[in-house]
Write a protein that binds this ligand. Structure first.
Ligand SMILES: *Cc1c(COP(=O)(O)O)cnc(C)c1O
Length: 354
């Protein structure tokens, strides 16, 4: 079993991201049967149904279907911040490290980057930053948080940490935004509901393709006024589509069938972490495995991350390179325990062959 690196041959065991999972047969049938209309004119009943479901799920008044999570962030930043104003966020978050959705695209606003263990920003950290911005004559508009926090290993914020950071921002008149690409993973791991997590935020979104199996899409929620402004910005950035109901149907199907099972992805991640960390020269590079992301550091193996990934690719297993010696593997809808065992055995063979 081999996979080419031509970018087209699928990897039978694809741990590169949770967006590597595929729509199931049931999801495809549900999409094909969806009632559709023109989304631009708010005439698509399936899009409206998905938006209502996510508004309810997040405890907000309204929601808007978006083509991607990246567009949710761009639109939210556009709505909340004018040119030259500052947004506070953790130094290791998607708008900071993403190659194509990073600082160059957000250069209209000042990204005020903050440090915090496991992706969590303490209230005190937020307050100190606001004093700095104030004394430099700047204007801070927005605090953006990410839950789960991708780069620290899919770590989960507690509700009280979330409330504390948002309280500090709101006390100074800032709006608060949640990048909830994997919010439903945080819900599955913590038992805190999505509505409880979203309550301290003015805007919050969930991704439909991170482990939920949808071909595309994300949904962003907030009050009526925010969502109306977000709809206009979505249009401005070219995100309005027409018979979007077929894509929204996938989201409805995923919310019904693929949310409760996220705990299984977390179990697979535990199995993967324990298998990989048992290999000589491989260290788990995160404090704990809360959800579905596993980061390892293979410096002790004598291999580079690129070497390891190339050896694994030739056995049909894909993971993602983070830097010279760090690698990320993500479990999702398409990954079984048998796949995890094969992935671990493949990594072990790659490390011991060196
Ligand atoms: C994947 C991801 C995004 C972007 O979502 P897309 O749907 O891929 O555009 C944003 N933030 C975080 C934390 C992510 O993991």
């Amino acid at each position: 079993m081999t996979s080419g690196d031509d970018g087209f041959t699928p990897f039978p065991i694809d741990l590169v991201s949770d967006n590597a999972c595929h729509p199931t047969a049931g999801m495809r049938r549900f999409m094909a049967a969806a009632e559709v209309g023109d989304e631009e004119r708010s005439e698509d009943p399936t899009v409206r149904q998905l938006e209502e479901l996510v508004a309810d799920l997040t405890g907000k008044a309204s929601a808007v279907f978006m083509p991607s999570g990246t567009m949710c962030n761009i639109v939210a930043f556009f709505v909340w911040c004018r040119s030259g104003e500052a947004m506070l966020l953790h130094e290791e978050t998607h708008p900071v490290y993403s190659k194509y959705a990073g600082p160059h695209i957000h250069n209209r606003i000042e990204l005020h980057k903050l440090a915090g263990r496991c992706g969590v920003l303490a209230g005190e950290t937020v307050e100190r930053a606001l004093r700095e911005i104030d004394s430099a004559g700047g204007t801070a508009r927005l605090l953006t948080l990410e839950n789960t926090h991708n780069r620290s290993g899919g770590s989960v914020w507690s509700l009280s940490e979330t409330e504390e950071a948002c309280r500090a921002a709101r006390a100074h008149g800032l709006a608060t935004h949640l990048d909830g690409a994997r919010l439903l993973h945080a819900v599955a791991a913590s038992g805190v509901s999505a509505a409880e997590y979203c309550a301290p935020f003015d805007s919050a979104w969930i991704d439909l393709s991170k482990g939920l199996g949808c071909p595309m899409g994300a949904v962003m929620a907030g009050d009526e006024q925010f969502v109306e402004a977000a709809r206009q910005a979505k249009y401005l950035f070219g995100g309005v589509t027409h018979k979007a109901g077929m894509m929204a149907a996938a989201g409805i199907y995923a919310l019904r069938h693929h949310v409760e099972r996220l705990v299984e992805d977390h179990e697979r991640a535990e199995e993967l972490a324990s298998g990989l960390s048992g290999i000589r020269g491989v260290e788990l590079d995160q404090e704990r495995v809360d959800t579905n992301l596993v980061y390892i550091d293979i410096a002790g193996s004598g291999l580079t991350a690129a070497d390891l990934l190339a050896r694994m690719a030739s056995a049909g297993v894909r993971m993602k390179q983070i830097d010279e010696t760090r690698v990320r593997a993500v479990t999702h809808l398409d990954i079984t325990s048998a796949h995890v065992r094969t992935a671990v055995a493949t990594a072990e063979a790659a490390c011991t062959d060196s």
